[in-house]
Ligand binder design. Structure first.
Ligand SMILES: *Cc1c(COP(=O)(O)O)cnc(C)c1O
Length: 380
C-alpha cells in the first residue's frame, strides 16, 4: 500500500517576517509624499541609538556602505593593511579593496569559526591600521581579547556585525560598546529594511563627519547654501526602508528568542550521523542564531552540490555561507593559494546552512533533520 502525503510547502533556509502593521506603515510613507531620507530615517536612527545606550547611529543604504565609509572615516586608504577573516561574505574584504587598502586574512578558530584571536598579532605590521572582525552566524568574537589586541597595537576596530544584531558579549549587547559597529538590514539578516545598514559611532563629532561621507560630502550652510570640503558617497537610506526597519525593531527580540528555540531543537533532535560537526553550542549564551550550520563529513562534503540538490528535491532549501574567500579568483590573482588558511578552507568546503527563521513551526526542524538523514543515507 502506498500512502500519498499532501505536498509540503518549500522550506527556504531563511525568510523575513513582516507584520501587517509594518506593511501599513510602509503604505503611509508611500502616501506621505516623502519617500527618501526624512522623518522615518531620523526616527529609525533615534530608536537604534536608544537601543545602543545613546551612542550615535547613522543609517545607510547597506552594510557594505557602512563598512566602506567607516574605513574612510578612519582615514584608511592605499598603503594601509586591515586584518580580517577569510570566512565571511565577500563584502567584508571588498570594502577594504574599495578604499585602496590591503585585506590581510587571518585563519579562523575551528570552534567558533570566527577570526582566530591567537593568530592576529603575528599578522600585525607597521602598516596595519584596523581590525575588521566578523561575528559569523551571529556568534560574537571575544570582545575582551579583540579590544586588548587593538589597544596594544593602537588599531581601530570596525566590527562587521552584519549577522549579530541582538547578540551579546558578556551580557552587553553588540553595538552598545566598542569602536565602530556596522549592522546590515539586508532581507536575509535577523532583522531587515529590505536593504540597508547602519554604523554605530563613538561620538557626535565622528557622526557628523560620517553624515558628509554618506551623502556627497555636502555641508548645509545657515543661509541655505552649501559647501563641499571632501568627497562623499551616495549611501543614504530611504524612509520606505526605515519604516520597515522600525516595524522590525519591535519584533527583533522575539525573533531572537524564537531562533534560539529552533537552534535548541536542532541540537536536541540531531541524529547520530557520523562525521557531521554541529555549530558551537555555546552560541546560545551570546549569539542570535543568525544561521545553523553543520559541517558535512567527507566524502559527503565533496558532493555538496548533490546534497543541496537532494535536499531541494525534498522541499528544503540549504545555503552555503561561505566558501573561504581567499580562494576566489580575485584573491588568487593577489597571491593567495590553497593551504594559506586551512581551517577556513576546511569549514568553507564542508559548511551548509539549514533552514532557521522565526516563522518556522515546531514541525519544521524535525522535517529538516529527517531529510538530512535520508539524503545522507542516499548519497553515502
Ligand atoms: C550581509 C553581510 C554584509 C553586507 O551587508 P549588505 O547590507 O548586504 O551590504 C557584510 N558582512 C557580512 C558578514 C554579511 O553577512
Amino acid at each position: 500500500m502506498t500512502v500519498t502525503l499532501p505536498p509540503q510547502p518549500f522550506l527556504p533556509f531563511t525568510r523575513p517576517s513582516i507584520d501587517e502593521d509594518t506593511i501599513r506603515e510602509v503604505g503611509d510613507v508611500l502616501r506621505s509624499g516623502w519617500l527618501t531620507a526624512g522623518p522615518k530615517c531620523a526616527a529609525f536612527e533615534h530608536a537604534l541609538s536608544e537601543r545602543f545606550g545613546g551612542r550615535p547611529v547613522r543609517v545607510v543604504s547597506s552594510a557594505t556602505a557602512a563598512l566602506e565609509l567607516a574605513l574612510r572615516l578612519c582615514g584608511i586608504g592605499p598603503g594601509d593593511e586591515v586584518i580580517t577573516t577569510p570566512l565571511s561574505w565577500v563584502a567584508t574584504a571588498n570594502v577594504i579593496l574599495a578604499v585602496g587598502a590591503t585585506p590581510v586574512f587571518v585563519d579562523v578558530d575551528p570552534h567558533t569559526r570566527n577570526i582566530d584571536l591567537d593568530r592576529i598579532e603575528a599578522a600585525v605590521t607597521p602598516r596595519t591600521r584596523a581590525l575588521l572582525p566578523v561575528d559569523l552566524a551571529g556568534l560574537p568574537v571575544d570582545r575582551d581579547r579583540l579590544y586588548a589586541i587593538a589597544s596594544r597595537h593602537g588599531l581601530r576596530v570596525i566590527e562587521d556585525a552584519a549577522q549579530s544584531f541582538g547578540a551579546h558579549w558578556q551580557g552587553r549587547e553588540i553595538g552598545s560598546f566598542g569602536d565602530l559597529i556596522s549592522f546590515s538590514f539586508h532581507a536575509n539578516k535577523n532583522f531587515t529594511s529590505a536593504e540597508g545598514g547602519c554604523l554605530v559611532l563613538r561620538d557626535e563629532h565622528e557622526a557628523q563627519r560620517f553624515e558628509k561621507l554618506r551623502l556627497q560630502g555636502v555641508i548645509r550652510l545657515p543661509d541655505g547654501g552649501m559647501d563641499v570640503q571632501h568627497w562623499g558617497a551616495k549611501a543614504n537610506l530611504t524612509d520606505v526602508a526605515a519604516a520597515i526597519g522600525l516595524g522590525q525593531l519591535r519584533s527583533v527580540d522575539a525573533f531572537t528568542v524564537r531562533r534560539r528555540q529552533l537552534a535548541a531543537q536542532y541540537f536536541a533532535h540531531w541524529p547520530a550521523l557520523p562525521g557531521f560537526s554541529l555549530p558551537p553550542p555555546d552560541a546560545a549564551q551570546h549569539g542570535n542564531w543568525h544561521m545553523f550550520q553543520p559541517l558535512l563529513p567527507e566524502p559527503l562534503a565533496a558532493r555538496r552540490g548533490d546534497f543541496l540538490a537532494a535536499m531541494k528535491a525534498q522541499g528544503i532549501g540549504v545555503g552555503v555561507h561561505y566558501p573561504a574567500m581567499h580562494l576566489f579568483s580575485m584573491f588568487r590573482a593577489r597571491g593567495h593559494a590553497p593551504g594559506d588558511f586551512p581551517v577556513a578552507e576546511d569549514i568553507g568546503a564542508r559548511t551548509v546552512t539549514l533552514p532557521l527563521f522565526p516563522a518556522m513551526t515546531d514541525t519544521d526542524v524535525p522535517r529538516v533533520i529527517d531529510a538530512v538523514a535520508a539524503v545522507t543515507a542516499l548519497l553515502s
